[in-house]
Write a protein that binds this ligand. Structure first.
Ligand code: URP
Ligand code: ZN
Ligand code: ZN
Ligand code: ZN
Length: 479
């Protein structure tokens, strides 16, 4: 029973502890945690943190856009980038196109992903067409096959569900014990503000931030919470941008409702002013995402929420569109020059998520190391049905480990990144703390920011979310 690999002398960090220990790996799993372990191979981790591999529970890869814009990352480049950034698992979306069978959609994404992934992957299902067939047959069967989370949208013309449809999906999710992620922005309010801004000639990318007002996000957040309460369903409000929607989540929690929340790097490292670009010019398109970054007051609220447990999850919402072409299909397309309405929504960030939260959070003393691990690995594993195989450092778990140098200071540079995008919204940001080695089931998938050539990731069917088991948010046990 010799060990294949020993990671020697590092500081092991979990969501609960940090302590000096050797970590022994056998057959791709953690086989021992102890002192003076020996194995066939040894990695010296002296001075390094040994973290459970990052789990990015919100990334978009190879998703088609209704206007024909091609995403900058497919499953190969997106997962290479993820690995270089210290992640061992990512959860991209399988997006149902209206009229499409959900099963056909899932098979389509398997074809895109199979054999090409550098991290492990598992799909959330985006439900854009909750037909009787989808609700009655396809969703229940897919949940049983391990697709245990859905995303629904309250805005975007080609994805928006009305309240009746949201309630229908929620009801199926409760019955099948699937976790629903909600994109909470009020569609009609955004459309109204967009038309008004355009009529006033306010068409620069900056005005995207005004059209996607925080009030519209707050209203939709409350509406999603109310619908979930009616159905008695736990939900996740994803990409929460600021103080107003946070207050709704806190309101719900105070009443015992099972509402979980996610936030993202753009809400701590960017503000609405970034959308101004150089002088209200088109450079601002590089920062257009939904919900958009807010102000410094909201940033402060987000930090408080990361500390106090308002947020369970810190994900990238990696959604990369090139700034230049190709063939005018990126951010900088001719139609987008006429109005912010046509700028593809989304920014890259799968490779920079962990360094940004570590540096701005742990290195600057805003959150603890344990909280960092909880937000970026343990909680996503628990909420999305991957625990205890993923998300912790424990005997029996997959040997998904990120060796982290907590004192290495670097500047984020597009030239150093591995994504398919041609810019980073965080260009020049100085960060302290960097992943120096990423191991997936004991094998290196990235070294010093360089991904390995061979894709060794696998697809992960998932179990039921712990949101259905945890006491304390007031959910009645299912009948
Ligand atoms: O602007 C964003 N975030 N685009 C990605 C799609 C989404 O809503 O998460
Ligand atoms: Zn969204
Ligand atoms: Zn929670
Ligand atoms: Zn997203």
């Amino acid at each position: 029973t010799a060990l294949d690999l020993v990671i020697r002398g590092g500081t092991v960090v979990t969501a609960a502890d940090s302590y000096r220990a050797d970590v022994g790996v056998r057959g791709g799993r953690i086989a021992a945690i102890g002192d003076a372990l020996t194995g066939a191979e040894t990695i010296d981790a002296d001075g390094l943190l040994v973290l459970p591999g990052g789990i990015d529970a919100h990334v978009h890869l190879d998703q088609p856009t209704s206007d024909g814009t091609v995403m900058a990352d497919d499953f190969a480049s997106g997962t290479r980038s993820a690995a270089a950034g210290g992640n061992t698992t990512v959860l991209p979306f399988a997006l149902q196109i209206r009229g499409q069978s959900l099963r056909a959609c899932v098979e389509d994404y398997h074809r895109k992903a199979d054999g090409r992934c550098h991290t492990d992957v598992s799909f959330h299902l985006i439900i854009s067409d909750p037909s009787p067939q989808v609700l009655g047959q396809e969703l229940p069967a897919l949940v049983r096959d391990g697709y245990t989370s859905f995303k629904v949208f309250m805005t975007y013309d080609d994805l928006v569900l009305n309240d009746a449809q949201l309630l229908d999906v929620f009801e199926v999710a409760r019955r099948e014990r699937a976790l629903v992620m909600v994109h909470a922005e009020g569609h009609d309010a955004i459309k109204h503000l967009t038309r008004r801004l355009e009529a006033e000639g306010r068409t620069a990318p900056y005005y995207h931030g005004q059209a996607h007002a925080q009030i519209a996000e707050r209203e939709a957040t409350h509406r999603a919470i109310s619908h979930a309460q009616l159905i008695d369903l736990p939900i996740v409000i994803v990409h929460v941008s600021g103080r107003e929607p946070m207050e709704q989540i806190q309101w719900a929690r105070a009443r015992g409702l099972k509402v979980h929340a996610e936030t993202c790097p753009q809400y701590i490292a960017l503000t609405a002013d970034d959308l101004r670009g150089l002088n209200m010019d088109f450079e601002g398109a590089k920062y257009v995402c939904s919900p958009p970054p807010r102000d410094t007051d909201s940033q402060a609220a987000i930090w408080q929420g990361l500390r106090d447990g308002t947020f369970d999850l810190f994900s990238s919402d990696h959604c990369p569109f090139r700034f230049e072409g190709p063939a005018d299909t990126g951010k900088n397309n001719p139609r987008a020059r006429t109005s912010f309405r046509w700028v593809p929504n989304g920014i890259p960030g799968v490779e920079t998520r962990l360094p940004i939260l570590f540096s701005e959070g742990v290195s600057k003393g805003r959150i603890t190391l344990q909280r960092f691990v909880a937000l970026t690995s343990t909680n996503p594993a628990r909420l999305y049905g991957l625990y205890p195989q993923k998300g912790s450092i424990a005997v029996g778990a997959d040997a998904d480990l990120t060796l982290w140098n907590p004192t290495l200071t670097r500047r984020i540079r597009q030239a150093d990144l591995n994504h398919g995008c041609d810019y980073t919204p965080y260009e020049g940001l100085e960060v302290t703390g960097w992943p120096v080695r990423t191991l997936l089931r004991g094998r290196a998938i990235a070294l010093d920011g360089v991904p390995m050539a061979e894709p060794t990731g696998t697809y992960l069917p998932r179990g039921t979310s712990e949101a259905f088991a945890q006491a304390g948010h007031g959910l009645a046990p299912p009948p």
